[in-house]
Design a binder for this molecule. Structure first.
Ligand code: SF4
Length: 102
């Protein structure tokens, strides 16, 4: 006897990255906020206790690229900045993780 296949299993699954991206975009993005693109807004997310925060998407270039992903070292001042102003520090800035940008 052949086991029944769940309809959901017959479709291709989205990647884990696509699922995280979709969750973060749904959680944070406000197209009317003026806070940037969806990736820029998610990069500025200050919810460091969210399990997705260390792996949240970010732009690959520009002022919001490569944001801090370690809740232990993120500057408290950065967490208080409003959307649109929480830029990543300049690439030449020191970063305790050895990453050149926060
Ligand atoms: S990391 Fe931020 S944007 Fe992504 S799900 Fe968590 S709280 Fe929402």
């Amino acid at each position: 006897m052949t086991p029944e296949i769940c309809p959901a299993q017959s479709k291709s699954k989205p990647s884990l990255r696509a699922a995280i991206n979709a969750k973060c975009k749904d959680c944070t993005y406000d197209p009317l906020s003026g806070g940037g693109t969806w990736r820029e807004q998610v990069a500025q997310c200050s919810s460091v206790n969210c399990p997705l925060w260390p792996v949240r998407p970010a732009p690959i270039s520009g002022l919001f690229a490569n944001p801090c992903r370690d809740p232990e070292v993120v500057p408290q001042e950065w967490l208080k900045l409003p959307a649109g102003l929480a830029v990543s520090p300049h690439p030449s800035d020191e970063h305790p993780q050895g990453n050149s940008r926060v």
